[in-house]
Write a protein that binds this ligand. Structure first.
Ligand SMILES: N=NNCCOCCOc1ccc(-c2cn(C[C@@H]3NC[C@@H](O)[C@H]3O)nn2)cc1
Length: 447
């Protein structure tokens, strides 16, 4: 047996998001979000599931907090539903919405749990989408107005802020693939959205600093790792493009002040142009205090002419897959983290999401999700390996505390270390909860 020992200052946590857990979509003055609209559009979400009730955490957050207290976490990463603060995106401020998040944050602080707040985790006010959403540069100003209210309202209480969760999902998955809200399928639109998200991120960082808010600010891109099938240059280049789709496209503007030229050229061959306005790149290129990384999976890949957007195909290597069909690929976690450390320097990193989908159900009050425990062990070994090479990891937050609304998969896919019965809303701590609790308490685990 080997002991995987983490440094004394390692932080541990869990992550959730507003639309996926809160429910109460018509309560507390909340306005309509694009996910309310999208989930109620026939054919968009499995079984026609939606977030109307979800885990009912809007009403049950005290129970969830007690579960977190038992778990012994340092951080709770949650997101604020913009439509609870500004029901129409801008204009009238909804005090009930602010009050709700004050109650949540105050309760966290009373329990000694640090709030890590994601300002945008996909639930854009529908009123803004009706005016073009993130494809409309004016949404940037609406976002800064919302962010400024949140900074002023919660300064001194919230000291870790995330501007955007997974801008790749917000731009390409939602506006090119059309799989997430608002469901557009237009590559130029997706590239424009990604750029507007970058500008909004940079402006929020600038405003955060101007307001003198105590604490740290960053963003949380999602990454995957594509490993070349062979040493053939065409395979190496194909994987470089696939990796850059998630990484370089969203890291270079922030860390280097420019988009990766090889990808700009590739998009131009697809008829897509970058609509950058004077000063945009300087705004985006603000130093951040930490980088959030969301990692789930990866693949071996190779060149295939005219396949997908990047002449790239994934190769089935027979890796074990989770119940959502993603490879269990802990080596990819190590590779992506060392790549980030080598490419973008010593930026402090929090793993803001890592977890697995296994749909185990309770039997006699117990959920024996041993595959999730194995996934956590394997990925924490990879994390530890990356730290030993010098990657500046500050903390690890698993996705997710609770089984919840998994977007287009609805409630069919479970990522929680706590099971949720969606009929009774009963929470059941899974075996993975107890393993993670022990790991947090010890700050080590055995393999
Ligand atoms: N050109 N585009 N390619 C089209 C390819 O579509 C195939 C489907 O793709 C994807 C890619 C990635 C995801 C995804 C989901 N989570 C989990 C959530 N993370 C934030 C939190 O809310 C969790 O629920 N992380 N990543 C889903 C679908």
């Amino acid at each position: 047996m080997a002991i995987i020992q983490f440094p004394k200052d390692m932080k541990w946590g869990v992550a959730t998001a507003s639309y996926q857990i809160e429910g109460a979509v018509n309560e507390g003055g909340r306005g309509v979000s694009i996910w309310d609209t999208f989930s109620k559009t026939p054919g968009k979400v499995v079984n026609g599931d939606n977030g109307d009730v979800a885990c009912d955490s809007y009403h049950r957050y005290n129970e969830d907090l007690e579960i977190m207290e038992d778990l012994g976490v340092d951080f709770y990463r949650f997101s604020v539903a913009w439509p609870r603060i500004f029901p129409n995106g801008t204009g009238e401020l909804n005090q009930e919405g602010l009050d709700y998040y004050h109650q949540l944050v105050d309760s966290l602080l009373e329990k000694g749990i640090e709030p890590m707040c994601t300002l945008y985790h996909w639930d854009l006010p529908q009123a803004l989408q009706d005016k073009g959403g993130w494809a409309n540069r004016e949404t940037i100003d609406a976002y800064i107005n919302y962010a400024e209210v949140m900074f002023n309202e919660f300064k001194g209480k919230i000291k870790h802020w995330i501007t955007f969760n997974e801008p790749w999902c917000v731009s390409f998955l939602s506006n090119f693939a059309g799989i997430h809200a608002p469901g557009n399928q237009d590559l130029q639109l997706a590239v424009d959205v990604a750029h507007h998200l970058h500008v909004a991120h940079g402006k929020a960082v600038i405003r955060f600093r101007e307001l003198g808010v105590e604490g740290q600010i960053g963003y949380a891109p999602n990454v995957e790792w594509n490993e070349p099938y062979s040493n053939k240059q065409e395979d190496i280049d194909a994987c470089k493009r696939a990796n850059a789709y998630f990484m370089d496209w969203f890291f270079d503007p922030v860390f280097k002040g420019s988009y990766p030229q090889f990808m700009v050229d590739w998009f131009e061959k697809k008829g897509v142009t970058l609509n950058i306005e004077e000063g945009d790149m300087e705004i985006i290129h603000q130093p951040i205090d930490f980088l959030g990384i969301n990692y789930y999976s990866g693949s071996v890949g190779r060149y295939k002419e005219n396949e997908g957007l990047f002449d790239h195909e994934k190769v089935d290597t027979g890796y074990l897959k989770t119940d959502i069909g993603w490879n269990v690929y802990p080596e990819g976690f190590y590779k992506v983290l060392t790549h980030i450390g080598e490419t973008y320097g010593d930026v402090p990193i929090y793993i803001t999401e890592n977890g697995s989908c296994y749909n185990d159900e309770p039997e006699h009050g117990q959920v024996k999700d041993n595959k999730r425990v194995d996934y956590l062990k394997q990925h924490l070994v990879s994390l530890h390996r990356s730290m030993e090479t010098g990657v500046n990891i500050k903390g690890y937050l698993t996705w997710s505390l609770l089984d919840n609304f998994e977007w287009a998969e609805g409630y069919t896919m479970r990522f929680g270390i706590v099971h949720v019965n969606y009929r009774t809303l009963e929470r059941t701590k899974k075996d993975s909860f107890y393993w993670y609790k022990q790991t947090i308490s010890n700050n080590f685990f055995e393999v």
